[in-house]
Write a protein that binds this ligand. Structure first.
Ligand SMILES: *Cc1c(COP(=O)(O)O)cnc(C)c1O
Ligand SMILES: [Zn+2]
Length: 402
């Protein structure tokens, strides 16, 4: 299968094993036979998960990975109850429903299948949590070893989730950006590490946009909004839109605008956008509750910024208060519990509507990247519970619901 990777920016091509980034400095992605892609027949069952789009992927699924671990085909939920809050016609893509609770499973599945095909006995990643968890679980499912590198200050509750799958976990002191780059360049191991913006991961992650566009048929959403950290998922979504356009399945006039959202305390891509710069550079980060997207030096930052610009979208950032409020609205008005890094996207939708970037009659899809059921959050339990006597059940119930 195709091992050719290409630079989105200057167009140079390489073999996958040859280089991690283009000589121009920008990241690479796989070429796909985009012109020949067609929407799968209905009889290619939705239980195939993301492998429904196998024709557009650089590797096919093998029987080595149990089907219970298949990512993808998460629902597209129309969330009318949140339209007023969002300021548009809102649909949600709850990626927390993937097997390990985040969209990372899509990219991991491609990385694991590729590793199996090449006869590797281990794969690695560098992550703040979700990607390490996903890689550990999929490696375990496929009978591979996993080597995961996390920052030394990663919370214990996150490490416990990862450790369940038997991965080798390294807690690294030192600069995260350098760790990310160094693992990719490790001699003889090039291609083993499936970090957040590598060609294998981006190939898997583009399937979320294939799904959104297929689920939205016969029309297309006006905009897609997602949180951004390394820029890997944003790159994948953009790539999918380009491929669907090349395949003639999406009219040039109908390509959704891509809006990317960051936490205000750590927003290098939004900063570059605000300042009208062509490329993204590292910033000095502050603290945020959106820990999964706190990357101060994003490896695909410039590619993500380009994706937003080229599609007529934008990159914005939101304060933690707005994120907390959005997280609460999702839970109370849509029944979906997400982690703060996902709620950032809904807070971003509200901000974009306020700025007039999104209209009340526009169809907007928000990708909810990760589940809220993995970690503890501050919820005021006292104000939302009541301790009562057994004898008082009937009376209290009537009083509460009247
Ligand atoms: C990884 C992650 C992101 C950011 O994705 P990138 O590809 O790094 O931009 C957003 N939300 C959650 C929950 C994540 O785990
Ligand atoms: Zn290049």
């Amino acid at each position: 299968m195709d091992r050719q990777v290409r630079c989105y920016d200057c167009g140079k091509t390489y073999r996958l094993e040859e280089r991690q980034r283009c000589s121009c400095g920008e990241p690479l992605w796989f070429d796909a036979d985009a012109e020949t892609f067609e929407w799968p027949d209905d009889d290619r069952n939705w239980t195939a998960g993301m492998w429904r789009y196998e024709d557009a992927l650089p590797v096919a699924p093998s029987s080595a990975v149990p089907t219970g671990s298949v990512p993808g085909t998460t629902p597209l939920v129309r969330a009318e109850g949140l339209d007023e809050y969002a300021g548009c016609r809102l649909s949600l893509k709850p990626e927390g429903q993937n097997p390990t609770g985040s969209f990372k499973d899509r990219g991991t599945a491609v990385g694991v299948e590729y590793g199996l095909r090449d006869g590797h006995d281990w794969i690695g990643t560098v992550s703040h949590g979700n990607m390490a968890l996903s890689t550990s679980a999929y490696a375990a499912a496929a009978g591979l070893e996993a080597a995961v590198f996390v920052p030394a200050d990663t919370p214990l509750e996150r490490l416990e989730l990862i450790a369940r799958h038997g991965a080798r976990i390294f807690r690294v002191e030192g600069d995260y950006g350098r760790l990310y780059a160094e693992t990719l360049g490790l001699e003889a191991e090039v291609g083993r590490f499936v970090n957040s913006d590598t060609p294998l991961r981006v190939a898997g992650q583009k399937t979320v946009a294939y799904e959104i566009l297929e689920q939205f048929q016969p029309s297309a959403p006006d905009a897609i909004v997602l949180p951004v950290s390394s820029g890997g998922q944003a790159s994948g979504v953009w790539k999918a839109l380009r491929e669907l356009e090349a395949a003639g399945l999406l009219d040039a006039d109908d390509v959704p605008r891509l809006y990317l959202v960051q936490a205000a305390a750590c927003d290098p891509i939004a900063t570059a956008s605000r300042e009208g710069r062509e490329s993204v550079s590292a910033i000095e980060p502050g603290e945020t509750i959106a820990v999964s997207i706190a990357n101060a030096d994003p490896p695909s930052g410039t590619r993500a910024l380009t994706a937003a610009r080229e599609t007529g979208g934008a990159v914005v950032s939101v304060p933690d208060e707005a994120t907390r409020e959005a997280m609460d609205r999702l839970a109370t008005a849509a029944g979906i519990s997400v982690e703060p890094s996902s709620a950032v996207a809904l807070a971003g939708v509200r901000e974009l509507s306020r700025r007039g970037e999104l209209d009340a009659d526009e169809e907007v899809v928000t990708i909810l990247t990760g589940s809220g059921y993995k970690e503890r959050y501050d919820v005021d339990v006292e104000s939302r519970t009541r301790t009562i006597d057994l004898e008082a059940v009937e009376r209290e119930l009537a009083a509460a619901l009247e």
